[in-house]
Design a binder for this molecule. Structure first.
Ligand code: FES
Ligand SMILES: [Fe+2]
Length: 417
């Protein structure tokens, strides 16, 4: 694919991103095919949501509606939630338990693997109507995805022969998933957030630790995460994914001084109820905030004791939904569960540390719509080769995302220089 004239990535190191890539309809359509239905693995859900045979949930891969289903034999299946007959959504529920899925339109039905098993009036009435005798139901099931899970986290891929999941995720991501999913989890609840911006403005936001200690006043003011803390960013070998991490309480004196020179340094906020800041140290590595972004559609959040999985669901070129799954561990005591639920106020649609992300994304989306040839500057942490960062004043992981994005989309960065 040739770069559209206003969609050039002028630098090979991806330190310039053209605003047009957030606003071009054709690019968006291609993303659905080349990324979400391409060779990637997308997050579908967590096994803890489907403990029993017959449990199902409805989810999305890109804009494609998908059903994730546990069959009677315990196996997980995923298939497109679009009837093979005339294209209706088959399951409208968020979740449920069933042996079959029956489309409301003409009641064609499918089993727990997505195979077509029932067609009303297939042979017509009194020899009239119905389908031709050579209609083969085996050829008309729901389109299936490959499914694999790791530590209970379920991924799906549209590719016929996708890269093995462990290779796709690579060692740092696998290790971090094992860290987060160290024992069986319990889902505590869900939230949804609708953001009027292109979905990639969010994947940028996630790979930009720099904003975390500047935009999010609450975490700066109460010491939850500051750019002057011990922290950094770890990536897989191809820099597709990223884990940003912070250990709070590790501020250096020169860090405090640097904050005094910013607009954030003068804030004197207080909390009426300090219980919001209660925390239990859970991990030996001392990390109190980790944000792991897995290409293309999922984020694993640990903010103090608040744990959540955020799924990105694009809703057209100009909007996306964030679907938040909050969880704890089955062996948490009641106090810990209460602590996690209280800290759920940190992130979510009205989260004290996350509502600004939605606002910032909408501001960027609106302001860039008419300047497609202009570019953002992605140089925090340096230009040139992409590598792990041992500080937070960086947006280098963003360039990792864009490297793989360009590879999948057929863009050749630097070719227009
Ligand atoms: S569209 Fe589903 S049965 Fe007709
Ligand atoms: Fe943020």
């Amino acid at each position: 694919m040739r770069n559209a004239p206003d969609l050039s990535f002028p630098r090979a190191d991806l330190s310039r991103i053209p605003y047009g890539v957030y606003h071009d309809q054709e690019t968006y359509e291609r993303e659905q095919e080349l990324i979400f239905r391409g060779p990637t693995w997308s997050y579908l859900g967590h096994e803890a949501e489907l403990p029993n045979p017959g449990d199902f949930l409805t989810t999305y891969v890109g804009e494609t509606p998908v059903i994730l289903n546990r069959a009677q034999d315990g196996a997980l299946h995923a298939f497109v939630n679009r009837c093979a007959h005339r294209g209706s959504v088959v399951r409208r529920e968020v979740r449920g338990n069933a042996r079959t899925h029956t489309c409301i339109y003409h009641q064609w039905s499918y089993n727990q693997a997505g195979d077509l098993t029932g067609i009303p009036f297939r042979n017509g009435v009194k020899g009239k109507g119905g389908l031709a005798t050579d209609f083969d139901t085996a050829c008309h099931g729901l389109r299936k995805l490959k499914v694999q899970s790791l530590k209970g986290v379920v991924f799906g891929s549209f590719a016929e022969t996708p890269e093995p999941l462990l290779d796709y995720l690579d060692a740092p991501v696998v290790a971090h998933l094992e860290r987060l999913m160290h024992s069986p989890i319990r889902v505590l609840g869900y939230q949804r957030q609708f953001i009027r911006g292109n979905w990639k403005l969010y994947t940028d936001n996630l790979r930009d630790p720099y904003h975390g200690g500047l935009l999010h006043m609450f975490q700066i003011a109460f010491g939850i995460a500051r750019l002057s803390n011990r922290g950094g960013a770890m990536m897989d070998r191809r820099h597709r994914h990223n884990i940003s991490y912070t250990a709070e309480g590790t501020d250096s004196p020169d860090g405090a001084k640097a904050y005094e020179q910013t607009a954030r340094g003068q804030a004197k906020h207080q909390l009426a109820d300090h219980s919001l800041l209660d925390m239990r140290h859970e991990w030996k590595d001392g990390l109190t905030l980790t944000i792991m972004s897995i290409f293309p559609n999922v984020v694993f959040q640990q903010i103090r004791n608040s744990l959540a999985i955020r799924q990105i669901r694009p809703k057209g070129l100009d909007a996306f939904e964030l679907h938040w799954t909050y969880y704890g561990y089955q062996n948490d005591d009641d106090e810990m569960t209460k602590l996690r639920l209280r800290q759920a106020n940190f992130a979510g649609p009205a989260g004290l540390i996350s509502m600004e992300d939605g606002e910032a994304i909408e501001l960027v989306h609106r302001a860039t719509a008419r300047d497609r040839e202009a570019h953002s500057i992605v140089e925090m942490g340096g230009r040139g080769p992409i590598h792990d960062q041992d500080h937070l004043v960086t947006d280098v992981p963003m360039r990792g995302f864009w490297t793989y994005y360009c590879e999948l989309m057929g863009f050749t960065p630097g070719s227009n220089m």
